[in-house]
Design a binder for this molecule. Structure first.
Ligand code: ADP
Ligand code: GLC
Length: 479
């Protein structure tokens, strides 16, 4: 199949979270199955680093959106570890900015252009995709744009669209005054009319209404988003489309996240010999400037510090835990001020126990996965979550709230059956988290059990190779 994969993030070029990882790994896995895959993404300022080479593949073209002429060209680079090409839409007026996402007043325009440019470059190269795979709100106007504004072009006669929802908490909801900028003014009667009357345009909803199939990133999240509790207003629309809604768990990229081969950590290890993990623990302590105390468990966190991630529970639970128990905590992340302040404060209050690195660091993320003993991820909601998968693979049992993809992948340790790979609490409240942390620390005190639990997690196969067939089925189902 010819697959055009359109995304606002692609690792390693531009990534704020799991979307970037998936937008590299899934195309790579599809390519390995023999499909013809092209990725389209914006040429943000950060993509253009001195050591990267880009080839200009399209002369300057223009799209007129909202009466404004947007001139762009297209540059290409190879996705590392594969022969998949990434085509970057180079529109300096919209993308030559420090951030990936912005609060700028033209945010809607930045991503409506991405969809238009993706279709234009198919026309220019006469490359007819069988599937246009869209991701999240940023590319959610594409299905309707294709069905209306590009319907005249026979090139797309057989093209079908798939939308993957990575996070329903972000919908791209804008005032209806942006309509001309979407390039869909002539197709306005296809937009959701009640919303339009209320003065709103919702990008994600438009994708939900018009994509030929919808996927999301875990089976549990696929069920959750059909409920009023978790659907963030989209549940009714998703229920109406449930016959074409599929939950497919994300995989992990074995080239990037494998403790036996990871080039970003100082020592490598496997489930049969964890001595390298202990050495990584020592390096982690040195790096984070904490005393290295073998036997004392280190809890790791790597996360966007956002409401979604559930750190509100930590305000009540962590201070007494750190005061009473012999544990250490290493945190890597940035985001909302109140969470940054919480972890900074804990680091000041417990300098021998807590270290906080504010920022984004790929090497440190790997070192924390490898060098910590347990991994904390108390998300309020979690469509899939990749970090718990990385920690399972790295022998770092996760402590999670049982929601979304966390519910599908983390199973509480049961000493009787010796099954389980971590600790999951049911109710999103302080006592739930305190229970899970307490149970984890108690189990830490029983090394044979801990070892068995690590072994369970490290023996699971979370590779994309296992998942890619489910996407192929969705594609075949709409062709
Ligand atoms: P989300 O996409 O909601 O942020 P995921 O667990 O799916 O959650 O993916 C997060 C990805 O982003 C992982 O690859 C994780 O390692 C990475 N990540 C998050 N915060 C940081 C950070 N501060 N530094 C480095 N990597 C980070
Ligand atoms: C989103 C979700 C996360 C998921 C990632 C990749 O950012 O928050 O749970 O793993 O997308 O699909």
């Amino acid at each position: 199949m010819r697959i055009l994969f359109v995304s606002s993030e692609v690792a390693p070029f531009a990534k704020t979270g799991g979307l970037g990882d998936v937008s590299a790994a899934l195309p790579r896995a599809l390519r390995a199955e023999g499909h013809d895959v092209l990725i389209v993404a914006p040429f943000y300022q950060r993509v253009r680093t001195p050591e990267r080479r880009f080839e200009r593949v399209l002369p300057e073209t223009e799209v007129v959106l909202g009466g404004r002429s947007l001139r762009f060209s297209v540059v290409a680079a190879r996705l590392p570890d594969s022969d998949v090409t990434v085509l970057f839409v180079d529109c300096p007026a919209l993308y030559d900015r420090p951030g990936i996402y912005t609060q700028d007043p033209d945010e809607h325009l930045r991503f409506s252009l991405l969809g238009w440019a993706a279709l234009k470059l198919c026309q220019y190269t006469q490359w007819a995709p069988d599937i246009v795979h869209c991701n999240d709100w940023q590319t959610s106007l594409l299905p309707l744009t294709l069905k209306t504004m590009f319907a005249w072009d026979r090139l797309f006669d057989r093209t079908r669209t798939v939308l993957t929802i990575h996070n329903i908490g972000h919908q791209g909801a804008f005032p209806s005054s942006v309509l001309p900028d979407t390039g869909l003014a002539d197709a306005a009667h296809h937009l959701h009319q009640d919303q339009l009357r209320d003065g709103r345009i919702n990008y994600l909803l438009t994708g939900i209404l018009y994509a030929n199939a919808i996927t999301t990133v875990s089976p549990t999240y696929a069920r959750e988003i059909q409920t009023t509790e978790h659907g963030v207003g989209m549940d009714g629309f998703l229920r109406a489309r449930r016959s074409v809604l599929f939950g497919i768990l994300n995989g992990i990229d074995d080239a990037e996240w494998n403790p036996a081969r990871d080039g970003r950590v100082p020592f490598r290890y496997s489930r049969d010999d964890l001595s390298g993990k202990a050495l990584c623990g020592q390096r982690l302590a040195e790096t984070m400037k904490l005393p290295h105390r073998p036997g004392v468990p280190v809890i790791g966190i790597v996360s966007r510090l956002a409401w979604q991630k559930g750190f509100d529970l930590c305000f009540d639970v962590l201070p007494p835990l750190l005061a009473r128990r012999d544990v250490q905590l290493v945190v890597l992340g940035s985001g909302e001020g109140r969470y940054e302040e919480l972890f900074s404060r804990l680091a000041r209050q417990f300098p021998r126990k807590v270290a906080f690195h504010k920022g984004f660091s790929e090497p440190l993320a790997h070192l924390i996965e490898a060098g910590s003993d347990m991994f904390l991820m108390p998300s309020r909601y979690e469509p899939c979550g990749l970090n718990q998968l990385y920690s399972l693979a790295y022998g770092t049992p996760p402590i999670v709230h049982r929601t979304g993809g966390l519910a599908d992948t983390v199973h509480t340790w049961n000493p009787t059956t010796r099954k389980g790979n971590g600790f999951a609490f049911d109710h999103f409240d302080a006592s739930g988290l305190a229970w899970a942390l307490g149970y984890a620390l108690e189990t830490w005190g029983k090394p044979a059990e801990w070892r068995a639990m690590q072994y369970n997690g490290m023996s699971e196969d979370f590779s994309w190779k296992r998942r890619v067939g489910a996407y192929e089925d969705v594609y075949r189902g709409v062709l």
